[in-house]
Design a protein around this ligand. Sequence first.
Ligand code: BDP
Length: 694
Amino acid sequence: MMIGRGLVNRCAALAVLFLAFVAGGPARAEDGYALWLRHAPLEGEALERLRRFSGVVIEEEASTETSRLAAAELDRGLKLLLGVYADEIVVDGSVIRLDCKAGDGDGRFTVASDEDEIRISGPDKTSCLYGVYGLLRELSQGKDPLSVNLDEKPAMPLRMLNHWDNPDGHVERGYSGRSIFDWWRLPEHLDQRLIDYARANASIGINGTVVNNVNASPLFLTDRYIPKLKRVADALRPYGIKLYISARFSAPHEIGGLDTADPLDPRVQAWWKERADALYAAIPDFGGFLVKANSEGQPGPQDYGRTHADGANMMARAIGDRGTVIWRAFVYSEVDATDRAKQAYAEFVPLDGKFDENVIVQVKNGAIDFQPREPFHPLFGAMPHTRLMLEPQITKEYLGFSTHLVFLAPMWEEVLRADTGRGGTVAQVIAPAGMAGVANIGSDRNWSGSHFDQANWYAFGRLAWDPGLTSEAIAREWAAQTFSREPAFLDAVVSMMLASRQAAVDYMTPLGLTHQMDTGHHYGPGPWVADLARPEWNPMYYSRADKGGIGFDRTASGSNALSQYAPSVAAQWNDPRKTDPEYLLWFHHLPWDFPMQSGKPLWNELIARYDHGVAEVDRMAGTWASLEPYVDDQRFADVADFLRIQQQEARWWRDASIAYWQSLNGLGLPEGTCPPEHSLDYYRSLTFPEAPGN
Ligand code: BDP
């Protein structure tokens, strides 16, 4: 024990604590860069318990680059948790032992504690990495080191981020600055941020990343980009993360000198094989290609009269057993007039069983597009001979960008737990493949644009590792690591986070309404938009609102999208009187006076929902205001500012929507209801040319 040092430090600690007490809040300024890995110093009993440990020991034979990294992470985390006591050496103290093998498996690990040591073990290179992060997660929440016992393995093999980042640094649907991938300075310069990105991802079990936009530039397939990609892949590898790229289907034609990209043309096949070989020569563990084909104007096999399976298999054969082709099912046609919600199912179900083994089909959570609430996509369960992966959107394109506080875990939990009626829940259907989240990460100092959007990145990784976790558990562990371990803080902030998603649904698109966002940027209300080139780009297409009623009839009397679900699932949504109100207008077109289960007419219920959303946001702002003593100044103020924006904009959503529905139905407002603040013309006149991410 270094007594002199210890004494000085102890006084310093007392002084800091005293100051903090007097000031009524933590003294440290924080900007959010450290994410949930900030490991704020422990206090009291938790600190005393951790101080018994004298160090980290790696078993010699288990020493790989990754386990050395894991040891360094642990050392760093412990130092932060011990705060001013970090340099004290406890003679004969207990140790934390890392004892993992060098296998290439799924990264399962155990953490076992007794009086003498904490032992982290497992069969794989990544076991100790995941074990270290698992232990630090517990310690950071103030748990007793001697009672940490974990035995974990990931629920699914692929836990990926999809970055919609363009080579020039613009991030499509990005609300947190520019891309973190600096292709201009690569390969010579690799930003430290990429290492911190890898650490953050590894800490929540993410093991793959697609570094460029699904609306892909062919540049990523050129020789010039290979060294750049290699530099990034080399940096991510020790953290157990594989690099993938989005591949542009027409690349053989655009950059390969061929006059076609037809997947059945041998020259095209040879081109892809040569490109795959070049990538694998530089990056032996290259993950593979993600492909958006024949969707929203992107090229694809249908341009040559071929199917999605023809296209996917051709690329999968170029890669062989070295990697995976992930083919997106987000398709809807320019010419097909059927309900957009039906089109992916119609195109993909007939191809079930026709995809090669190393192809995965990636399906968004719902059949339309990352809306605040959608029923689960009917493809889940409907392709039993194809590996399906779930694609949720972490970046909040349709949920108020990074300025609205919306915790997305409840939405994903809802989807993962949905029973497909065809052999299991969505979580069970995707278990052989995985989850890919559209990233919300950018160059902003706090990574995600807002402090609370970090929770969505975190929750995505945690749910992909273990879809059985509850939103509440995830919110609690995230908030304890990110802000404060105080139970009173946690109770308040967790309940605020859990209510936030329903609040957004209610002030934006209550009762199963969908896609009412304004054109292009998708920020704010635009329910009146009806003049865009393609019908399914217009909010009016989705609301079907007129004088007589509102909602999209997807039963047998309408588009019959309902028939794409298993009969047992469809049955619960068939009768509007029995349909869960959250999905009511998704499946039914109903008169404004339709009697709701609540006893209110639909019109009154709709207004009550908007009001509920607005009131919830006010409540969130009030909760946050009461938490000032627990949060450092900068982050407290950042969140408070954004909540003020959200309060105004929840009202804007409510008022603009009500004003528009009134212009159609001519109905008055129920007694005691506040009228919209402005005229409909005012709401329609608002434009936002500077909106980010477009
Ligand atoms: C939509 C986005 C668009 C994406 C598309 C996709 O507005 O930017 O390219 O999804 O997922 O929601 O491909």
